[in-house]
Design a protein around this ligand. Structure first.
Ligand SMILES: [Zn+2]
Length: 217
């Protein structure tokens, strides 16, 4: 086996293992999310469009160049452009992970800056950047992700969509995603006490519980 082949086999193993872990920790579900690794050749090994990250095998992966190439992208993830942009923005990026992690999406919907609320988390994740709503798979999204990575972001929140994490390996990128998700969850648990104490909400909840109690008696 040549060095290049061995490199591809190792990258495939890393993607398959990381995908399974992301699925097991609830950061991805169904066919949402995608993941890639930069090969020594400079090309990218990325999950195919429609793959379930919890059940990847070698047939779920496709090798593509970092730039556009004749012949298209051979069934690569629809978010290929953002992966390519991240690798082009910083040579130190060796792995890219994209998920719709629920607490990160929720923090984005509430416009919460997780890194500002819990600054210590950025020691593990690197700076957390936030992008406005941009169409999935678009060149504009790719450009914005590339700019955030060039400015040193480790995690990038995509408003009303999900998050991207980058790292020297896909494993490190996934760990950053996991840390950011947990931090976002903590922030959501600790935020908006007024919302929880809203008398109308409590009244509505009491009425609902009352009707459930009557229905079950
Ligand atoms: Zn997405």
């Amino acid at each position: 086996m040549s060095t290049t082949e061995r490199d591809t086999v190792q990258a495939a193993r890393e993607i398959i293992a990381v995908g399974r872990d992301l699925h097991e920790t609830g950061l991805v579900a169904g066919t949402a999310g995608n993941l890639s690794v930069r090969l020594r050749s400079g090309r990218i090994l990325i999950t195919r469009s429609g793959s379930n990250l919890g059940r990847l095998d070698e047939a779920s992966l496709v090798e593509v160049p970092t730039g556009p190439a004749p012949g298209g992208s051979s069934g690569a993830s629809s978010e290929l452009l953002l992966h390519r942009a991240a690798y082009r923005a910083d040579e130190a990026v060796g792995g890219v992970v994209h998920t719709h992690a629920p607490a990160l999406v929720a923090a984005g919907l509430r416009d919460i800056d997780v890194g500002e609320v819990l600054p210590e988390v950025t020691l593990g994740t690197g700076p957390i950047a936030r992008l406005p709503l941009l169409a999935s798979g678009s060149e504009a999204l790719g450009l914005a992700v590339g700019k955030a990575v060039a400015r040193g972001a480790g995690v990038i929140l995509l408003r009303r969509h999900g998050a991207v994490a980058v790292g020297p390996t896909a494993r490190v990128a996934a760990d950053r995603m996991e840390l950011a998700e947990l931090a976002a969850y903590s922030v959501l648990l600790g935020s908006d006490p007024g919302d929880v104490a809203d008398p109308k909400r409590i009244e509505a909840l009491a009425a609902r519980l009352g009707s459930l109690a009557r229905a079950s008696s």
